[in-house]
Each structure stands twice: as C-alpha cells, then as structure tokens.
Design a protein around this ligand. Structure first.
Ligand SMILES: [Zn+2]
Length: 422
C-alpha cells in the first residue's frame, strides 16, 4: 500500500462528522503544547533512601503529561509507592505503568504490579496526565515507600528500609510485552494530542458493540455499476464477519475476555445493501434490506434513519423495519478507488475490486486497517512509535493484525471500559 486516503475525497457537511476520529490535524490544545513545550526536570536525592526521581512534563495551557523515572540507588525493592505534593492546583486525571490517587495536593503513584521490582541501579518509569491552571511548578521533594528520596549519593549510614511483605496490588492488568510499554505510552499520548475529544467521543466501535449487546450490523454501499449475485452477497457477509472477528480476537486471551472485555464472538450481519439500481442485485429474496438510489457523497447510501452514525441515541423509530433493521456500520465499496481506504465510526471504505478479489484471503489487510480506525486507532504517517516493526495500523507495513496492534486495541479498551461499568 503506497498511499491511503483518510477522508473521502468529497467533504459534504456530514462528512466532517464522519471523519472526525480520523483526523490527524492537531487540535488547538496540541498547537499550544508544541509551541509552549516546557521540560521541567527535578532531580532530587536522598542519601538514606538511595533513590533518584526524574520528573519531566510536557505541558500546554491547561494540562500536561508528566513522566517520572525512579532510579533505585539502594538495595533491590519489590513494590513501590512514590509520593509528592504540588504547590499549585495540578490534578492528575490518569496514569499509566502505575495507579494513582490524589488527595488535595498530595499525589501517590503505585507500581502496576509488573513493574513492582526495581533492582539496584535500575529504573522504572511511569506517566500521567493532569490538568492545571496558573503555573505548573514541579514538585521539589519525593518519597519512595515513605522515605524521602532526595539524593543520588550513596548512604553513609545504612537505611532501615523494610521489604514489603505483602504482594503488591496488581491493579489494572496492563501487561504488554516490555518492549511495547514505551511505544504504547507514546502512542496513547499521540492520540491524546491529535484527537479532538478522545475521552468524550462516544461512537467508537467499542461503544457500538456494547450498545448492540455484542453484535454488529453492516450495510453495504455498493458504489459500482457491477451486478451482485446472491453468492457474492453471501461471500461478502462471510468475509466481513471473519475480518471483524480478527479484531475481536485481540480482546480475548485463552478464551476469556481480556480485562473484562465481555464478548468472545461478535456476530456480524450484513442487513442491507444500497445500490443505484435494484436490478444490479440478482436475488429476489428478502434476506437483506435494499435501498435504491439514495445518493450521498456521490454514492448509494443505506437509509439514514436506520444508521447508528445518524442516530447514536439508538432511536431507530424512523427506520422502516425498526431497530432490528438498523445498521451500525457502512461497508462502502468503491469501484476504481485503488489501493487505499478510509475508516471511522461510520464504517469502512475500500476499493470494490480489491475487496472482491480478496474475499477468500485470510487477511484482507486494507479492510483490517480501516476497521482499526473504527475501533478508534490512529494512523501513523507522521509518527512512528515502533520503527523496528510493522503493524497493520502503520499503513503498508504489515498485512495482518500484529501483537502491537493487539496491545493498542487493548489500551483503548482499558481506557474506555469504565464507561460500561466494567
Ligand atoms: Zn489509515
């Protein structure tokens, strides 16, 4: 794949909304973040504790991302709690590689289980997002496991530290392979920087699957003059189901949903077809709804009153067949589009001939990539967190979902799951 469209070539009013989660354009806050980048390093040392904390921030007008690197200069520890106090009104809203609590100005970061152990002279890093107003002064003192951590100097008198006797809490099971921890954190940060409303947006594919109790309906937008046999129709249904399940599989581990993901299988049903001319569809049964010559964006469209994109409140009362005939996503197949595609909360758009020719291949990778966008995953044209590896969301670098894609999807899920009380 040499190039990819991230937005449909025509941009009617509704397309703005269709593509909003794809946009790689920086939001205003991001421009400020770039222009106003401030790195604050606070190196603190304590002879007794034998540890050093490097605290850095990347801030914009109303928020910042903080990173702390704890270097253990003393004896090995297993289980850590880092604490500090802010001088201002900084408020932590999220953390990774750690769990956080904040009471007033007092912030506590605890290890995430998998990074509980810190050998002598080893370091662990954790990060967090926070809001602030006014000035964002770095804390000047840290404690590690309750002991002031202020120095790089080796102790001259032995500290009386006690190894924890209880197993550290595991917290959120965020346990990607070590080599992906950093790339995943920077990928999430990139999403925060480039999405207009990462946490407020409520039409990710996660939202759609949850709203439909673990199933997904598609409608095909057939932007082609070709005819379609019942056999081809059924092959398309089968292919979409199989490709969709490949993403769902990433959210399961040994037959169990990862981190409370509730669905092992997500049945996919193509419930409708949109064409210019009914005679293109060579079947007479009523197994799917058929929408004729409802042209939008230059292509046939399935009835808007039946579409999730248009009715995110779930009210399908205007849909001729009622809610049972609604569709969550469009599969938009465009003749002559070439190698490329578009994806978003509205569905996926790819080349008709590419797709028809690939129906029986194991990984229809352009469709997999565009489906990734529907889950919420970003593109990687201007940012590469993992230069040494290909993955399907880095267009053209892999032809199947990889381990890194899997953990990006899981990262999304763990950030969203409390929406559903999970
Ligand atoms: Zn893309």
């Amino acid at each position: 794949m040499t190039a990819e469209l991230t937005e449909p070539p025509t941009v009617p009013a509704r397309t703005t909304r269709r593509t909003r989660i794809l946009r790689r354009v920086a939001a205003p806050a991001v421009l400020l973040a770039t222009a106003g980048f401030v790195a604050v390093a606070a190196d603190a040392a304590d002879a007794a504790a034998g540890c050093r904390v490097d605290y850095t921030v990347n801030q914009w007008s109303s928020g910042f991302t903080g990173n702390v690197t704890i270097t253990n200069l003393g004896t090995a520890i297993n289980g850590w709690t880092l604490a500090w106090d802010y001088a201002g009104n900084q408020q932590v809203t999220q953390s990774w590689n750690s769990s956080y609590t904040q009471s007033g100005a007092h912030v506590t970061l605890k290890d995430a289980g998998y990074n509980a152990a810190i050998a002598t002279n080893a370091s662990v890093s954790a990060g967090f997002n926070a809001t602030y107003s006014g000035s964002n002064t770095a804390p000047t003192a840290f404690t590690l496991n309750g002991v002031a951590c202020t120095g790089a100097t080796a102790p001259t008198t032995a500290p009386t530290t006690t190894a924890p006797t209880t197993t550290p809490p595991t917290g959120d099971p965020w346990n990607p392979p070590a080599k992906y921890v950093g790339p995943l954190a920077s990928t999430w940060q990139h999403q925060e920087d480039t999405y207009a409303d990462l946490y407020g947006f409520r039409n990710y594919l996660f939202d759609q699957v949850m709203a439909a109790n673990g199933s997904i309906n598609y409608c095909v937008r057939w932007e082609s003059t070709a005819t379609v046999t019942a056999t081809l129709r059924d092959q398309i249904q089968t292919a979409v189901q199989r490709q969709f399940q490949k993403w769902v599989d990433q959210l399961n581990e040994n037959g169990t949903g990862w981190n409370r993901w509730p669905y092992k299988q997500v049945p996919v049903k193509v419930v409708g077809w949109a064409v210019r001319d009914r005679n293109q569809l060579q079947w007479s049964d009523s197994s799917v709804d058929i929408y004729v010559n409802d042209i939008n964006e230059g292509a046939p469209q399935c009835s808007a009153p039946c579409g999730r994109f248009f009715h995110q409140d779930g009210n399908y009362s205007g849909c001729p067949g009622g809610a049972a005939h609604h569709y969550d996503l469009s599969l938009w197949l465009t003749q002559g589009m070439g190698i490329g595609g578009a994806g978003g909360d509205w569905g996926q758009r790819i080349d008709k001939d590419y797709f028809v020719n690939a129906l029986n291949t194991d990984n229809i990778h352009i469709l997999l990539h565009e489906m990734g966008h529907s889950w919420g995953l970003n593109d990687f044209y201007d940012f590469d967190p993992l230069p040494s590896e290909g993955f399907v969301m880095k267009a053209g670098s892999a032809t199947q979902i990889t381990e890194f894609d899997k953990w990006m999807l899981r990262d999304f899920w763990r950030h969203l799951k409390n929406r559903y009380g999970l």
